[in-house]
Design a protein around this ligand. Structure first.
Ligand code: NDP
Length: 488
């Protein structure tokens, strides 16, 4: 072996011996003055940043978005001004509840986080492979996640905690039905859809606003794994999905997704029969048809997992002019909690790291902070307003005003928001085989849960569709009459 590069310390001084510590005699103790040993051990102790509380296990890749249809009628965002526009992007897919070393083939929603490096700044979408979510009020989010993580006494994951929370939170039923359906375990990350899930907004040059939901339909086709197949894979390879995505891109088999939108004019939100900002609901396609707007392709693997995937920081507030948020309570909370998590995990200057850095010029008045590793804007003026030609705001880019009204109160989020019909719609669109898989998956997950929790949850299945409730009840050996009465 020939090595042409000289090893150095972090300070660049050449290392004379990287095999033997400095000791007092060949059998003696290590000397305090062996600063190279100290540096090595100290750096090793600090190698990890805290893993994400949710979405800890992930896989990432770079790619491109190619716009196939102009959205200029709805948005002033330059990215969607005309068909043919292209933009570099980065995607990170993840499981939700498992830790960094957990199995890829767990039954769990998959995070579907996207960062588009547009010429007008980054546009981040922090979606899932499911169009809805378990809760609609962010006050319930940390309780929900605790119920899915580990029992505080045993350190074990516990089906009773999960079903206790779900059965007491019937707004979770639509997502629970999705999770335990065949699509609850994708065959690979390439064979699953992505959804913005939240409602976002678009606004155009004339100041008109539209509500929008984003869909990313896999062009590889939806493929799934049964519980049994997933368990066999997990026994052999915990990193099955990460490995598959990396290998596909290495061999030039670039996965693609059809990008689609559903668009609702602003005023229709007030009269639409479904609460358009409720994260537990979809907009049925017959009301708001899907419009093809582009194709997303993943075509380059990261060169360093930690730098690019572990430090990737997505935040739903990253939106170029022409795009905006919506009154969705869950989205509002995520606008705060995502950057807050990055500041804690990665540090205040996370946005300047190469994977997060916009591909357009960045001109802020932020300065200093831990790990400011670039030039910190040199001698450029660091306050505003100023007389020294510092960067200035542009009032022509102001989002149109959003009318809001109502008395401040803690409103019961179940009021006027039924939890069952869309879960029933999903059940009814499944084939006989998909229904059998759903019921089988639910029966095995509920089997060891206390009877009162089983019965409470069965009432929800029954309300979504009597056939659905009866199927799970029969699998658990519970008389359907017992739950029909409860459901009523
Ligand atoms: P549609 O018949 O127009 O659409 C059904 C949708 O369900 C399609 O997007 C299809 O996606 C998806 N789908 C099909 N099989 C499954 C499955 N086993 N698990 C999850 N999704 C599946 O009906 P609606 O728009 O009226 O929606 C009916 C139900 O479909 C909803 O209650 C919701 O549960 C589900 N759904 C609806 C979506 C929407 O945005 N309207 C999005 C995703 C699901 P694909 O083309 O990939 O097969």
């Amino acid at each position: 072996m020939t090595h042409t590069t000289k090893m150095t310390t972090a300070a660049g001084t050449p290392v004379a011996d990287n095999q033997n510590s400095l000791t007092a005699g060949p059998r003696g103790p290590v000397l305090m003055q062996d600063y190279r040993l100290m540096e090595k051990m100290a750096h090793f102790n600090r190698e990890r940043v805290p893993e994400r509380v949710v979405h800890a296990k992930g896989a990432g890749a770079y790619g491109t978005l190619t716009v196939t249809k102009s959205l200029s009628r709805y948005t002033r965002a330059g990215l969607f001004a005309k068909a043919g526009n292209r933009c570099d992007m980065f995607a990170r897919f993840s499981t939700v509840a498992g830790e960094m070393g957990s199995a890829d083939t767990a039954r769990d929603p998959r995070g579907f986080a996207l960062k588009f490096y547009s010429e007008e700044g980054n546009w981040d979408l922090v979606g899932n492979n499911t169009p809805v979510f378990f809760v609609r009020d962010p006050l319930k989010f940390s309780d929900f996640i605790h119920s899915q993580k580990r029992d505080p006494a045993t350190g074990l994951r516990d089906n009773t905690m999960q079903w206790d929370f779900w059965s007491l939170s019937p707004e979770s039923l639509h997502q629970v039905t999705t999770l335990f359906s065949d699509r609850g375990i994708p065959a690979t990350l390439r064979h699953m859809n992505g959804y913005s899930s939240h409602t976002y907004s678009l606004w155009n040059e004339s100041g008109e606003r539209f509500w929008v939901k984003w869909h990313f339909k896999t062009l590889q086709g939806n493929k799934t794994l049964t519980n049994d197949a997933a368990a066999v894979i997990a026994g052999k390879d915990l990193d099955f999905h990460r490995r598959d995505l990396h290998a596909a891109i290495e061999r030039g088999d670039f996965p693609k997704w059809q990008v689609q939108v559903q668009i609702m004019p602003e005023a229709e939100a007030a009269t639409y029969r479904i609460h358009p900002f409720d994260l537990t609901k979809v907009w049925p396609h017959r009301d708001y048809p899907l419009i093809d707007v582009g194709v997303m392709e993943l075509n380059r693997n990261p060169g360093n997992y930690f730098a690019e995937v572990e430090q990737a920081a997505f935040e739903p507030g990253n939106m170029p002019p022409g795009m905006g948020a919506s009154p969705d309570k869950m989205l509002q909370a995520r606008l705060l909690s995502y950057p807050d998590a990055h500041r804690y995990r990665v540090g205040i200057n996370y946005a300047a790291l190469p994977v997060n850095k916009p591909h357009c010029p960045v001109n802020t008045y932020h300065r200093d902070g831990q790990t400011r590793f670039d030039g910190n804007d040199g001698g450029r003026v660091n306050y505003e307003p100023n007389s020294f030609n510092g960067p200035m705001e542009d009032l022509t880019l102001k989002e149109p005003p959003l009318k809001i009204s109502g008395d401040a109160d803690s409103y019961d989020h179940h009021e006027g928001n039924e939890d069952f019909s869309q879960a029933g719609d999903l059940y009814r669109l499944m084939s006989a085989d998909q229904k059998a898989q759903l019921i089988g998956n639910l029966v095995s997950a509920l089997a060891l849960v206390p009877r009162d929790i089983q019965v409470r949850q069965l009432g929800h299945f029954y309300k979504a569709d009597p056939d659905y409730g009866a199927g799970v009840a029969s699998g658990l050996g519970i008389a359907v009459e017992a739950i029909a009465g409860k459901a009523a």
